[in-house]
Write a protein that binds this ligand. Structure first.
Ligand SMILES: [Zn+2]
Length: 105
């Protein structure tokens, strides 16, 4: 039921807080693990390397601002030792907003 609230099927809602002006969702991505390293192209020789919480803004809901705190998986490559974050297909990661918020603006 919480998942329907944000209607982003690639995200699973772990928690939600509502205040006078904001909704704040704690979410994680349900997209599959990457199939290769984006830095060196090695076929999966990756391991999970911690998670980092990153804040993204989404369309307002019921006149309140909506923030998505994504527990974003980080990976490290055994071949090249580079670290990188999982892809977030619904997000503009440079602007820290959802794609649909950009379209809406
Ligand atoms: Zn690599």
């Amino acid at each position: 039921m919480l998942t329907n609230m944000i209607n982003l099927p690639n995200l699973k809602i772990l928690d939600m807080k509502e205040s006078e002006y904001d909704y704040r969702f704690l979410v994680e991505s349900t997209t599959p693990s990457p199939s290769h390293c984006p830095k060196c192209g090695a076929i999966p020789n990756l391991y999970k390397h911690g998670k980092k919480e990153q804040l993204f803004f989404d369309l307002p809901m019921h006149t309140k601002r909506v923030g998505l705190i994504i527990k974003r998986q980080r990976y490290k490559c055994r071949e090249c030792n580079e670290t990188f974050f999982e892809d977030l297909p619904d997000m503009d990661v440079k602007r820290s907003v959802t794609n649909r918020l950009l379209i809406w603006i």
